[in-house]
Design a protein around this ligand. Structure first.
Ligand code: FES
Length: 152
């Protein structure tokens, strides 16, 4: 907890007001706790000296934060127009067949969680996904499984 408070305090220094650091502080909490649990909200509230309800209110406004426990690897598959035209729907079906994985779900073994994204800025290399922080463009039914098998 001490280390987390120090990390947040470092981030706070970059902003004119503590309150402005709430989004990066939530991101740090997500990294530290794995998701935004009650414990994570409390830690951010303490670090920024603001009510937990305020912290939680901000977090719930943004869909990008993890508000439930996730698998060890987070797949963020783009399903916006360019990716959908280039086969994202087929890839979603494949992920369900292969791993029993649906958007918003996690595999039984906790290996993968899947969320669908609204454009990750790689329309010219669609369909594309992120796995954790790794970017994977030009996906198809063959290479997506090969890529995912590299994550344990
Ligand atoms: S629509 Fe998928 S990256 Fe833009």
């Amino acid at each position: 907890m001490e280390a987390f408070l120090r990390e947040v305090q470092e981030v706070v220094k970059r902003y004119p007001q503590k309150r402005a650091a709430i989004l990066p502080a939530l991101y740090l909490a997500e990294q530290r706790f794995g998701w935004l649990s009650q414990e994570a909200y409390e830690a951010v509230a303490e670090a920024l000296n603001m009510p937990k309800a305020t912290v939680k209110g901000v977090a719930t406004f943004y869909s990008m934060y993890r508000k439930a426990p996730m698998g060890r690897n987070l797949i963020q598959l783009c399903t916006n127009v360019a990716c959908m035209v280039m086969g994202a729907e087929t890839l979603l079906q494949l992920l369900e067949r292969r791993y029993g994985l649906r958007p918003g779900g996690t595999t039984e073994d906790g290996r993968f969680s899947l969320v669908v994204m609204e454009c990750i800025g790689a329309c010219d290399r669609a369909p594309a996904m992120l796995v954790n922080k790794d970017f994977h463009p030009n996906l198809n039914e063959n290479n997506i499984i090969e890529i995912l098998e590299g994550y344990s």
